[in-house]
Design a protein around this ligand. Structure first.
Ligand code: TNX
Length: 525
């Protein structure tokens, strides 16, 4: 900027000298003013990033970027190729990605840290006027560096546009290794394309996990080849009686692969023994009385249960866990376990213990809603705190980690305020400040940071029927949840965050997101 400013001053003086006494003076003024207008800022510390990086320093110069800027990766780091392609696509770059043995003198260069100094998912980015170097602790770290870099650029980039990246250095790494959102595709079904768009949102804010709530009373959404009626019957409707839908195994694999390309792990949830009406309607033998139930399209909870004492129940679950686990490369299987009000306590404990064994048999770690703490908790299991602190403490005593999703703070299906048309309010209303202004390691007494697996913001879909509605409930709360999972508590505060968030309104708009324009946020026009 310093440079541009002095160049403009120079032009100004020359023009004035030439045109001092001529009638073209007003035109000269116009020219000079338009030459001065691009309000590029070159102070990297003034750039609004979400989540807030661990450290940012500025050197006050400018890197000029356009569609011809070269993109380079370190030779041998082949996994960086697709990440570099992601960047090229985002920049509308015409240059081919090139592998090089040494750092280039100009362009954008991605490499992996060989010294072990940069943690997993972390990165160091140095920007000078010639070279942007993103060094990742691993490939994910490079990907997140790219997401940071993209936030230095305008919301939408016109073809051939010359852009300025402020120079300086960013050093960054997340606090928690599990930063996620949940999407309930059971109450209302969301297509593969919808889920991919949701994944894009998570990736943009460096979230790394998408928990898919695949089954519930109203719908079974994942093809199980050994029990085909689950989707044929159980997938045929949704809340309100719409046609529902399901993912074939091929489609689910496509979602898993798309997520992986964005460094996101899918956590599949098959909710049981309650929330199982769709399965109970599909197969009579899973019911205590041997009769299939009717399909259900309402929004009550707590009325359905598998028969926990029948062998066929566990044969069924074994098949389901096996097939879903084969499709899901991530470490976790979520067995649900919430609101099983129609299951007797002893039956519930017996059931959860057996199912945890099945999950382990297929090589997965257990996650369940906080109620599962009433059963034995197997090694490496996590309880997902949503409502009950006592259950969660019990889980901690039994050695579980806690996935933090307090309904009163983190449920994206809660209304913003009492005037919000969509959503529910059983856990209260959640304005954007209330969604942001809390700390994951204080939600339950005696919780330590080490016991927190991470943070997840669930979106239940009883009232959410399509992408527009989803986006309205998710934005602008989602970036805040991402920051809670990424940035240290002591580096976060609402008054500073809301200003950064206000600058993202334009980004949401450019992405076609119809977001909630909270009056608490100073939206930048
Ligand atoms: C409670 S949170 C549920 C869900 C509902 C949600 C609606 C949890 C583990 N169970 O079945 O969809 O409230 O907010």
């Amino acid at each position: 900027m310093q440079l541009f400013r002095s160049k403009n001053t120079f032009i100004l003086i020359i023009l004035f000298m030439r045109l001092r006494s001529c009638s073209m003076l007003p035109i000269a003024f116009l020219f000079v003013f338009s030459a001065c207008t691009p309000k590029v800022q070159t102070d990297l510390t003034k750039t609004a990033f979400i989540p807030k990086p661990a450290s940012v320093t500025a050197t006050g110069d400018a890197f000029e970027l356009d569609g011809s800027t070269g993109i380079f990766i370190q030779e041998g780091a082949d996994h960086l190729e697709s990440t570099a392609q992601f960047l090229a696509k985002a920049l509308g770059s015409s240059a081919a990605v090139e592998a090089v043995t040494d750092a280039p003198s100009k362009g954008i260069y991605l490499s992996l840290d060989a010294t072990g100094q940069i943690p997993a998912e972390g990165n160091k980015m140095t920007i000078d006027s010639k070279l942007i170097h993103i060094e990742g602790g691993d490939e994910a770290g490079c990907f997140y560096g790219i997401q940071t870099l993209l936030q230095t650029l305008p919301a939408s980039i016109a073809e051939g546009e010359k852009l300025i990246v402020p120079t300086g250095a960013i050093s960054d790494a997340p606090v928690y290794g599990y930063r996620g959102a949940m999407l309930d595709v059971a109450r209302h079904f969301f297509s593969v394309e919808d889920v991919k768009r949701f994944i894009d949102f998570l990736a943009e804010y460096k979230m790394n996990t998408l928990h898919m709530h695949l089954t519930d009373d109203q719908g079974w959404r994942i093809e199980i080849k050994s029990w085909p009626k689950l989707t044929e019957i159980g997938g045929s409707t949704e809340v309100g009686g719409g046609e529902g839908g399901f993912y074939t195994q091929e489609q689910y694999k496509d979602i898993v692969a798309y997520a992986a390309a964005n460094f996101i792990t899918i956590v599949p949830e098959v909710d049981m023994p309650g929330h199982t009406n769709a399965a109970l309607a599909s197969y009579a033998e899973l019911n205590a009385n041997g009769k299939a139930t009717d399909l259900y399209t309402g929004i009550e909870v707590g009325f359905s249960s598998f028969d926990t004492r029948k062998d066929v129940t566990y044969q069924f679950i074994d098949d389901v866990v096996r097939e879903v686990s084969e499709l899901s490369p991530g470490p976790y299987f979520h067995l649900g376990g919430d609101e099983s009000h129609a299951t007797k306590h002893d039956d519930y404990v017996y059931f959860v213990n057996k199912v945890q064994g099945i999950v382990q048999k297929y090589g997965k770690q257990v996650i369940g809603w906080d109620e599962i703490a009433n059963a034995d908790v197997v090694e490496n299991a996590a309880v997902q705190f949503w409502a009950d602190a006592e259950n969660t403490s019990l889980g901690l005593e039994k050695g579980a980690k806690v996935l933090v999703s307090p309904a009163s703070r983190a449920y994206m299906d809660m209304k913003y305020d009492t005037t919000t048309v969509l959503g529910l309010k059983w856990a209260g209303t959640i304005e954007v400040d209330h969604a942001y202004d809390w700390q994951p390691d204080t939600v339950v007494a005696k919780l330590t940071k080490e016991q927190v697996l991470g943070v997840e913001a669930p979106l239940w879909s009883e009232t959410i029927t399509n992408m527009d509605e989803l986006e309205y409930m998710v934005f602008p709360r989602l970036p805040g949840y991402a920051e809670i999972g990424w940035t240290k508590n002591e580096d976060r505060n609402w008054d500073e965050y809301k200003v950064r968030l206000g600058k993202f309104g334009k980004r949401f708009e450019a992405q076609g997101i119809d977001f909630y324009r909270s009056a608490l946020v100073p939206w930048e026009e």
